[in-house]
Design a protein around this ligand. Structure first.
Ligand code: NAP
Length: 245
């Protein structure tokens, strides 16, 4: 029996990177998964890779649009009542405050913070009716420590921690759990774009002396999504190789 046998899950930003790896891990553990993203071609390819429409379905879902988040939940519920929702979609628009535009700030806040609120609110509203559910929000180490060049991203990712705890308190009595994960340096398209000098500098800060892989984040998300964490809510788990512990 898989850890998510018979469960129905939805993951935002699931066409690539950590989100796609979360979907792979969930399917391998017996879940059926709805994938939301803004890259439709990659979303369709992800469904095919995961084993087709019997286990995974894609819908266009810009997390800034609450109606599209509801559409993602509707897609998931073609499989059955939603049990797990992962708010993963994200972007970076790094620049020092001197150079960051207002649009860079607004876009990052809208996708990470408002997007996570849209997802948490919509998923919790359905899960409380089902009497059970687990929501996992992807924050970042940047939200714990604050990183230069990321005043937008650090603010959004710290905001996700507050949102997670407040939501956890609101819906615990309905048996809906809300937790967060803070990844450190993980090898994906988002980080591979980084200049080599910045990469090397970050590596020097990591006690385990290597970058993490998407599956190492997905396994912790699986833990928070499954009954293995049945007595945990409002927590933030760091997946950082010990960086800034
Ligand atoms: P990624 O490879 O860039 O994947 C993010 C996905 O989200 C992409 O498919 C992206 O589509 C999609 N997306 C962007 N804007 C969206 C929107 N408005 N609505 C729905 N989907 C949208 O990034 P990743 O590294 O896997 O990151 C996944 C999550 O982990 C993010 O929340 C990120 O902040 C967090 N995180 C990552 C790291 C790391 O080291 N990689 C560390 C800490 C936290 P497009 O490609 O078309 O933009």
């Amino acid at each position: 029996m898989g850890l998510l046998e018979g469960r129905v899950a939805a993951v935002t930003g699931a066409a690539q990177g950590i989100g796609l790896q979360i979907a792979r891990t969930f399917v391998a553990e017996g879940a059926r998964v709805a994938l939301g993203d803004i890259d439709d071609a990659a979303g369709a390819a992800a469904v095919a890779e995961l084993g087709g429409e019997s286990v995974a379905r894609y819908t266009h879902c810009d997390v800034r649009d609450a109606a599209r988040v509801e559409a993602l939940l509707d897609t998931a519920e073609q499989f059955g009542p939603i049990g797990v929702f992962v708010n993963n979609a994200g972007i970076t628009r790094d620049a020092t405050m001197r150079k960051m535009t207002e649009t860079d700030f607004d876009d990052v806040i809208a996708i990470h913070l408002k997007g996570t609120w849209n997802g948490t609110r919509a998923a919790a509203s359905r899960m409380r009716e089902h009497g059970r559910g687990a929501i996992v929000n992807i924050s970042s180490l940047s939200g714990k420590i604050g990183l230069p060049g990321q005043t937008n991203y650090s603010a959004a990712k710290a905001g996700i921690v507050g949102l997670t705890k407040a939501a956890a308190k609101e819906v615990a009595f309905k048996n809906v759990r809300v937790n967060a994960v803070q990844p450190g340096l993980i090898r994906t398209a988002m980080t591979e774009a980084m200049p080599q000098k910045v990469w090397a500098q970050k590596m020097a800060e990591i006690p385990l002396a290597r970058a993490g892989e998407p599956n190492e984040v997905a396994d912790v998300v699986l833990f928070l999504a499954s009954d293995l964490s049945s007595y945990m809510t409002g927590t933030v788990l760091e997946v950082t190789g010990g960086r800034f512990m």
